[in-house]
Design a protein around this ligand. Sequence first.
Ligand code: FES
Length: 157
Amino acid sequence: MQERLEKVLGEYGRSPADLIPILQHVQDEFGYLPQETMDGIAAHAGVPKSKVYGVATFYTMFRFEPLGRNHVCVCRGTACHVRGADQILEHVQRHLGIEEGETTEDGEFSLETVACIGCCALAPVMTVNQEVHGRLKPKTATRTLKKYATADKEEGQ
Ligand code: FES
């Protein structure tokens, strides 16, 4: 991990102004921001570690856990909100047993929300691994998630 981190850091100047691009690049490299990279990032950018955490937690695009094998995004944009996105999200959270921004313990699902997926006519919408599922009802949302879990098991056989 250290070697990969140093390679990323080597592409940036030693300046606090580079902190966000560094965080983005580290996340692209590892799929998330591993705790083990925080010291190195802070030292390179010349800022305290608390500042690195502060910036990384301020922006929703950054995550501290790896994504699950199935990445679920529930849309909370206006069109979806009007058509019951909150209920969909609540159902999905209950079904998976995780909150927004978390990954299930078995690493199978991670859950995020987005502002708009661009398929407002299909509201309410969620994506699983970038496949769009629209006109959802709470039950169809959980049924969809079960299909992905099943598909994974079948692939593994
Ligand atoms: S608001 Fe949900 S897809 Fe646009």
